[in-house]
Design a protein around this ligand. Structure first.
Ligand code: NAD
Length: 492
């Protein structure tokens, strides 16, 4: 199977000479081939998106929303198929894949609703017989650059608000996960989305991503990926005065206080640390535990980790799938080595798994370190794999300080039954998302999603806040006095 670009409503072969193979991380089997695109392919896509946008912006928003309702309906109809492709391509276990596809469906319906809201403001004018209001205006052609770990959900968080607001888009999916983008293109086509509203260009970040950011007709770049790449995107975008929205890495922590329900905390940690094999931007990578419950938590975590089943995510009984590729596997194992060198104590895991069929894929054993120093590399850097570090603290203040000590600011969580501690924590934890008595993952699509510090640059995906990325505020003054009234002139 060879995947072609989707440009201007038709399937077009990319101009690059090279193909890349899409491999199933669970077993190394080839799933598809993709021809890499060039700068010229991007220009073609931008041209078609620009032409389409003029008409699309004039379609009433509730009518634009009708396409989203249809896209949501089709996604629902194909949910099992999409989930299976997602698991094969990305590796996450099938129940998580179904959850991710459902997020996309929810986003379609939620953003379709915005077609009948998209509120602006009407405010009194300071002058007689004058009317003042603000409206959200579309921006034009927007560029979407997405990572492999949520190949559908993140694309829907970006593309659905973009189109309901009257923009058209070029989407460059991650090179590891083009098949989900291809599946979405089929759905856009079947939903009858006018040609040129949705464009998908496959290719590398360096060639296609850069061409999108530098193209003068792409007005917004919405990026999700690593902090390293995001910085580069922001620098390049900044030079071209682009509006750049960045959602980047994380080093998220669960705080377990001395009054916590430990069983619940264990469940929350397991799910948010080892779900998606730790490859979520919101994955729990640190556990900040109060001295009085440290030993109990360690024992219970080690016990609970023993029963986690690892394997191909298509097997319904498997809880942890593979990591995305060999490079990721080596990076994770490298961090385990760093942890040992730094003097952290390995309580469980720490190995690349190669027994039987696991040797064909990229599997890492769920890993738990304790006695980790808060300022060590293990505790500060994003690993993006199933590795958790326990850090001991003796008070809530210290826990918050340790949580906030990292350069990222995506998600945090606290397990405590003391309402005073909980309220102080939700105020003082410096992340964009805070959970109480739950792990660090589990965002809902109708709330803003994003982070502070090295995780973001002030924008948000998801929720109504996503519309801020894809619209400009336009202030409109209508004078019906029949004479020239001069505002900003002090007549007193
Ligand atoms: P990545 O930064 O390697 O790639 C992300 C996207 O950027 C890909 O499409 C890639 O092709 C593209 N890209 C690479 N180089 C580029 C360049 N020079 N110019 C333009 N585009 C370029 O990230 P990844 O490995 O795909 O994803 C994992 C990272 O994403 C982790 O750091 C994770 O925390 C982060 N992430 C963040 C969020 C969030 O919402 N905060 C969500 C999911 C993932």
């Amino acid at each position: 199977m060879r995947l072609n670009n989707y440009i201007g409503g038709s399937w077009q072969e990319a101009g690059g000479a090279d193909y890349t193979a899409v491999l199933n991380p669970a077993n190394g089997m080839e799933l598809a081939q993709v021809r890499l695109s060039t700068k010229e392919d991007v220009s073609l896509a931008v041209k078609s998106a620009k032409e389409a946008q003029r008409k699309w912006a004039l379609v009433p928003a509730p009518k634009r929303a009708d396409f989203l309702y249809e896209i949501g309906r089709l996604m629902k109809e194909k949910k099992e198929h999409l989930s299976q492709v997602l698991t094969k391509e990305m590796g996450k276990v099938i129940e998580e894949a179904r959850g991710e596809v459902q997020e996309g469906i929810d986003m379609a319906l939620y953003m379709a609703g915005e077609g009948r809201r998209m509120f602006g403001e009407t405010v009194p004018s300071e002058l007689q017989d004058k009317f003042a209001m603000s409206v959200r205006a579309p921006i034009g052609v927007v560029g979407l650059i997405t990572p492999w770990n949520f190949p559908v959900a993140i694309a829907t968080w970006k593309s659905f608000p973009a189109i309901v607001a009257g923009n058209t888009f070029i989407w460059k999916p991650a090179t590891e996960t083009p098949m989900m983008a291809y599946e979405m293109a089929l759905i856009f086509e079947e939903a009858g989305l006018p040609a040129g509203v949705a464009n998908i260009v496959f290719g590398s970040g360096a060639e296609v991503g850069t061409a999108m950011i530098e193209h003068p007709d792409v007005r917004v770049i919405s990026f999700t990926g690593s902090t390293e790449t995001g910085r580069h995107v922001a620098e390049t975008g900044g030079r071209h005065l682009k509006k750049v929205s960045l959602e980047m890495g994380g080093k998220n922590a669960v705080i377990v206080m001395d009054d916590a329900d430990i069983e619940l905390a264990v469940e929350g940690i397991l799910w948010s640390a080892f779900g998606t094999a730790g490859q979520r931007c919101t994955a729990c990578s640190r556990v900040i535990v109060h001295t009085d419950v440290k030993e109990e938590l360690e024992q219970k975590l080690v016990e609970a980790m023993k029963v986690l089943s690892i394997g191909d995510g298509l097997d319904e009984s498997v809880k942890i799938g593979p990591v995305i590729n060999k490079k990721a596997l080596d990076k994770i194992h490298g961090y385990v080595g760093i942890g040992k060198d730094e003097g952290a104590k390995l309580l469980a895991g720490g190995n690349i798994l190669t027994a039987g069929k696991l040797a064909d894929g990229h599997y890492y054993e769920p890993t738990l370190f304790t006695d980790v120093k808060w300022d060590s590399r293990l505790a500060q850097e994003e690993i993006f794999g199933p590795v958790v570090s326990l850090i001991e603290v003796s008070s809530l203040d210290e826990a918050i300080e340790v949580n906030n000590s990292v350069k990222f600011g995506l998600s945090s969580s606290i397990f405590s039954r003391d309402v005073n501690k909980v309220f102080r924590a939700q105020r003082d934890l410096d992340t964009g998302i805070v959970y109480v008595n739950a792990g660090t993952t589990g965002a809902e699509i109708h709330l803003p999603f994003g982070g502070t510090k090295g995780t973001g640059n002030g924008h948000r995906d998801s929720g109504v806040a996503a519309l801020d990325v894809f619209t400009e505020w336009k202030s409109i003054y209508i004078d019906f006095s029949g004479k020239l009234q001069r505002a900003q002139i002090d007549t007193d």
